[in-house]
Each structure stands twice: as structure tokens, then as C-alpha cells.
Design a protein around this ligand. Sequence first.
Ligand code: FNR
Length: 363
Amino acid sequence: MIGQRKDDHVRLAVEHQREHSGRNQFDEVSFVHHGLAAIDRPDVSLATSFAGIAWQVPLYINAMTGGSTKTGVINRNLAIAARETGVPLASGSMSAYFKDPSCADTFSVLRTENPDGFVMANINATASVEKAQRAIGLLRANALQIHINTVQETVMPEGDRSFSSWVPQIEKIAANVDVPVIVKEVGFGLSRETVLTLRDLGVRVADLGGRGGTDFARIENGRRDLADYAFLDGWGLSTPACLLDAQDVGIPVLASGGVRNPLDVARALALGASGVGVSGGFLRTLLDEGVAALIAQISTWLDQLAALQTMLGARTPAELAGRDLLIHGGLRSFCADRGIETGRLAVRSRSAKAAHEPTGSPR
Ligand code: FNR
């Protein structure tokens, strides 16, 4: 039954990607163009590091699947794409493995096809410490993702209805595993308050997993006989809103949810993300066009991200966080209501420049 659910998720997520690849709140973030800010391409690096983790590139394939024959094949191809392009990769939820260890191969293929890559295990917030350790062990994982997904569980016909154990359980897992713990949303976003709670629980990294791409309220509603939760369409905080909300939270953040192209990657990095994840868009390429097309797409995105950094004068992804940004539309209203100052973002390169200029010397 879990295997059937995993196959349904893939089918519905890809159908949604085919129908809906339109606007989202990343369109409300733009760079101020400075025509003489550009640098030389050989001086640009894509490397990023955060929470003791070092990645060669700031892009990763985020959690999706495993647990059925079909999803095992998908994981194999995702692992091949990760190996060929050097991007980190996350497993889908490993609950199916805990229920039925005979499906272990559909997850462990992420490691066997990608022996030297950065691989993240994925569990839910009710898993025991022992299960968390088994998940990490099966994948020889470099980090552990714990997903939180109250909206999805609520709409899922067979979903959980009790959530109060999640906070103590996350704290227990974070204290008892020996890889960094990343807590992620699945497309409804982590608010500032949530990220601060996670930080206090000992979580090392927050993956903001915001609205704008794959929508699990819609997917789970599509699995209900009466589809009677349609009113939740559009619930949640967008990924750019989460990034703005989470400034200076004291732990590194990753951005995922609704990332459509290399410009969205650059926007997320400029808004403070240490890395940027993609799920649904890459899954669609894999299923519609095959693994070679996915490898080509990821390679092109990395190449174009380096080109954007060159144009914007950012030697590293982290330097993008000093580039001037304009915030428009509904995102700007969100910032006003949440007390986030946007004017500062529009001129922040001036203070960096002033710091590098000699003071008091005649011109
Ligand atoms: C997901 N996602 C997900 N996340 C998670 O932590 N555990 C999981 O098992 C799954 N399963 C899953 C299946 C499928 C088919 C998709 C497309 C996605 C959520 C995913 O990691 C991500 O947070 C959201 O999909 C938002 O990113 P995109 O799709 O808008 O790039």
C-alpha cells in the first residue's frame, strides 16, 4: 500500500509539473543591474560550505522517492545524474523501508550508483532514534533530513492526525545521530518562528521547502475520493518569503520549493540560502526525457549559474548575498507585515564597497 502511494505521488507530481510551470514568488525578486560589476569567469567558484558541510556546487536534488519497484528505478537514475554532475542528492522518506525491509534496494541504490557523492537519508518526525540510525546506515548517509509535513498529513486520506510528539522527537534525533540533521518542509515553507524552534532543538540546518512548485495539498487531494480539500490550494509560505523571514536566524538555511531555473537559484542564494534544492522539475525531466536529459539539464544549470555569478560579480555563491535586490508585489507586502526591511537589500552593495575604499585620501 505504501508502494502504491509512492507511485501515486510521482504520477500526480509530474502531471502537476506538466500543467503548471508558471509564475511564482521568485518573480517578485530582481537584481539591481550594475553594468560594471562583472568579473572574469575563471575567478568564479560554485563551492559552498555550511554547518561543517562542503559542497562543490550549491544545487542539490531534493527528497522524492523509494519504496516500490518503479520508484527504485527512479532513484537509480537520480543517483546516476547526481554522480555524473556532482550534485548532492536526498532520498525520499524511508518509512517504507522500516515497514518492509525487502524494499531496501530501492533506497540503497542511491549509494551504490553514487558511491562518492553526498547523500542524505530522509525520515519523518515520528521515527525513533534507532530508525534514524538505520536510515543513515543503509545509505551511508552524509546528512539526515527529517521532513515535517502537517498539511500533507492532514489532506492525505491515511495521514497522521497527531503532531505534538514531533518537537521532542526531533530534539532526540538531533542529539543522537552523528551526521548533521536538516529539518525540511515539503512545500509549505518554514516560518522564522519554526526555524528558531528548530535551532533551539539542536537542528543544524533548515531546508525552507516553500510554496511555489510541487503542492502536496493538491497531490493528496487528488488521492481522495471526494477531492474535498481543494480549498487548501495555495496554502503556505513561498520559498522567497521564507528566505526573507529567516534572515539572521543563527543556523544556515537551504532553499527549495518552486525553483524553476538558474536565475531562481541565484535569487535564492542572494536571499541567503547556502544551497538550493529541486525536486519536481528534475523528476519531470527524468520521466519525460530520460536520464541523459536530466544530466544535461543539471550541467546547463550549473554552467548558467556560474555565468550569472560572473555577470553579478560574485566570486562565490555566498557573495551573491551581498548583491542589491528589489522586492516587489505580494512579497513586499509580506515583508511589510512581518517587519522585514526591504530597502536595505536594494543598496547593500554600497556598504560593502565603502568598506573596501580607502578613507580620507584625496581624489
Ligand atoms: C517529494 N517531497 C518529499 N519530501 C520529503 O522530505 N520526503 C519525501 O518522501 C518526499 N516525497 C516527494 C515525492 C515527490 C514525487 C515529490 C515531487 C516531492 C518534497 C520535496 O522534497 C520538495 O520539498 C517539494 O517537492 C518542493 O520542491 P519542488 O518540487 O517544488 O522543487
